[in-house]
Design a protein around this ligand. Structure first.
Ligand code: FES
Length: 202
């Protein structure tokens, strides 16, 4: 199918989640350590209706990513290392919207900062590319590698058409994806429990 036909065939508003399961090494490890939202999870019916999802992040180690489902979408929780946090300032001149000012997928006020999060260490983002809805892959290891620039500092690569995002989900310039990854409403119920789908402004 041509790109144009693909564009027509995919309704961007519905943003079908195309599960591309590349780069799942770290995810798999975490999934074993932390069962999918375990006992905190609401019923399937409640989740489908958009109920907030509580997530225990106590087992998440620096450099690991946990994926949970909210409203049928994958939501990533990444515990960033200090090196990954440092990388955020290095790439800002290469980003399309470094300050999260675009309004297509408005970034909540509490995440409109360089790290796009409430707590610097933890990034919470919807793992769906803002181009045509593929799920980007983890590319956390810096350095030259296929489909990435030689000065790559770590982030995410969308395998569908090559859009790249930094460790805060900010899209690089001149890529098919027009916007940063969406940050869902969320809040901390405690140091170890996150609530996805609701925040203090709701
Ligand atoms: S869906 Fe096209 S670059 Fe991600």
């Amino acid at each position: 199918m041509s790109d144009a036909a693909a564009d027509q065939g995919m309704d961007r508003d519905r943003r079908t989640w195309i599960a591309i399961t590349a780069g799942v090494g770290a995810v798999g490890g975490v999934a074993v350590a932390i069962p999918f939202v375990s006992t905190f999870a609401p019923s399937e019916r409640a989740r489908a209706a958009g109920a907030p999802v509580q997530v225990d992040i106590s087992g998440l180690k620096p450099g690991e990513k946990l994926t949970v489902e909210w409203r049928g979408k994958p939501v990533w929780i990444v515990r960033r290392t200090s090196e990954q946090l440092e990388s955020l300032s290095k790439v800002e001149s290469q980003l399309a919207d470094p300050n999260s000012e675009r309004t297509q997928y408005p970034t909540p006020e509490y995440a409109r900062n360089r790290h796009r999060s409430i707590k610097k260490e933890f990034f919470v983002g919807v793992g769906i590319c803002s181009h045509l809805g593929c799920s980007p892959s983890d590319k956390f290891v810096p350095g030259p590698q296929p489909s990435l620039p030689d000065d790559w500092v770590g982030g995410f690569l969308c395998p569908c058409h090559g859009s790249t995002f930094d460790m805060a989900g900010r899209v690089f310039k001149n890529k098919p994806a027009p916007d940063n990854l969406e940050v869902p409403p969320h809040m901390y119920l405690s140091d170890s429990v996150l609530l996805i789908g609701e925040d203090k402004t709701a």
